[in-house]
Design a protein around this ligand. Structure first.
Ligand SMILES: *Cc1c(COP(=O)(O)O)cnc(C)c1O
Length: 394
């Protein structure tokens, strides 16, 4: 396999299974799981992860944010149900129905259009009704005013009301009142629909934070996102309930080393100026790869198990670090941007804190220039490289 010395991410598939089992161990016996693999599985590579999870019997299926993401899974042979969590647009309805991709439904005109298409195609469409209990994002409002709309939706031809779901806005925060209130609102609304003979097979509301902290919200299914990847929803969720292992590490290599003299500056804008002689290494990665520019003069990487602070601004494709105190550091040395080196570890959460950004955002932003190398039993078993077809080195 290519060495990918400029940059690569390793994605540990054993950790993926560890996290799944860990979550499974914390939910009720009859509760199934849905793997949320939107945004290319939060940057980890949706197709490979779906292939890896497809055969788990307690997995109902997958969730994506868009039709296109769902189709990427289908065209790679993924057969389990896929739910598109956001609004779906009319031009995609035929494709949604033909590929049995489930839409989140919350507008009557949307449901009618879906039903019409399903009748034309002689197929059924499986709806998951979105209920807005706090986000004010998508979903029917859970009050009497929407009951009639849902009744109309349920009565449409070629429609099956397979699921009903809501989404927590504060389950990752300290204080249980809001989330318990949402669960109650959701349950009451489902009761009211039941009185009108509208019933669903799958009720679901938990995200990762809910899986960890709200067993009362398990219902028929839970939607695991960030925890699949071994990352925490926030600094406020309890860490003593389940164990998680991060999947991803990001590595590069030193490409150039030089000394700079007092008064010499580093990178755009000269925001760092040396006060004494410094040994400086260049790393060939930048914000064009999704490595945050806000780490300028704030972040650090690991070289030979030691911290090397970032000097000056992170450029689009390169940045510089101070290796004055790292004995023996040499061109070609491995550089850890995310992950472990010896006793030190840069987690996505640490990187989030240093950059003033959100751990979810950081992993989603890891760019297409970074090949993902999949690891099992400590060995590379597969690689997803967007440039594979145009580059001869393999
Ligand atoms: C993204 C998303 C999830 C997963 O959220 P995590 O916090 O990553 O677990 C679950 N449900 C919905 C509706 C989402 O949009």
């Amino acid at each position: 396999m290519r060495k990918y010395e400029r940059v690569y991410a390793t994605v540990d598939l054993d950790a993926l299974h560890f996290n799944m089992e860990s979550m499974k161990g914390n939910i009720a016996d009859g509760t199934r799981m849905m793997a949320v693999i939107k945004t290319n599985a939060y940057g980890h590579g949706a197709v490979k992860l779906a292939e890896e999870l497809e055969n788990l019997d307690y997995l109902y299926g997958f969730a994506t944010a868009t039709f296109e993401e769902a189709m990427e899974l289908r065209s790679n042979g993924i057969t389990k149900p896929i739910l598109v969590l956001g609004y779906t647009f009319p031009e995609t309805y035929a494709g949604m129905i033909e590929n049995e991709i489930r839409p989140a439904v919350f507008r009557l005109d949307q449901a009618e259009e879906f039903s019409k298409k399903a009748v034309e195609l002689g197929k059924k469409v499986y709806f998951h009704l979105a209920v807005d209990t706090a986000m004010s994002r998508i979903g029917v409002r859970p009050d009497d005013s929407s009951l009639e709309t849902v009744e109309k939706i349920a009565a449409l031809p070629n429609v099956e009301m397979e699921g009903v779901f809501t989404h927590f806005s504060k389950a990752d925060m300290i204080g249980r009142e809001n989330t318990l209130g949402q669960i109650k609102k959701f349950s009451n609304y489902i009761e009211k629909l039941k009185e009108r003979k509208i019933e669903f097979k799958i009720h679901h509301c938990s995200n990762s934070a809910g899986i960890i902290d709200y067993r009362e919200a398990n219902m028929d299914m839970v939607r695991a996102g960030i925890t699949l990847y071994g990352l925490w929803p926030s600094n406020e969720v309890r860490r003593d309930i389940i164990d998680l292992k991060p999947l991803l590490a990001l590595k590069s290599h030193i490409v150039y080393i030089k000394y700079i003299e007092p008064g010499e500056a580093v990178s755009y804008g000269g925001t760092y100026t040396a006060e004494e002689r410094r040994r400086v290494a260049t790393i060939p990665v930048g914000y064009g790869d999704g490595y945050p520019r806000s780490l300028s003069n704030k972040g650090y990487v690991l070289i030979r198990g030691k911290k090397a602070p970032i000097l000056g601004r992170v450029c689009m494709d390169q940045f510089m670090v101070d290796i004055t105190d790292i004995e023996g550091a040499a061109e070609g040395d491995e550089v850890t941007l995310i992950g472990r080196d010896g006793d030190e570890e840069i987690s996505m959460e640490i990187l989030g804190d240093l950059s003033g950004r959100f751990n979810y955002e950081l992993s989603c932003d890891l760019g297409r220039r970074i090949p993902r190398i999949y690891i099992k039993d400590g060995k590379a078993v597969d690689v997803r490289d967007e440039f594979r077809d145009v580059v001869k080195i393999q």
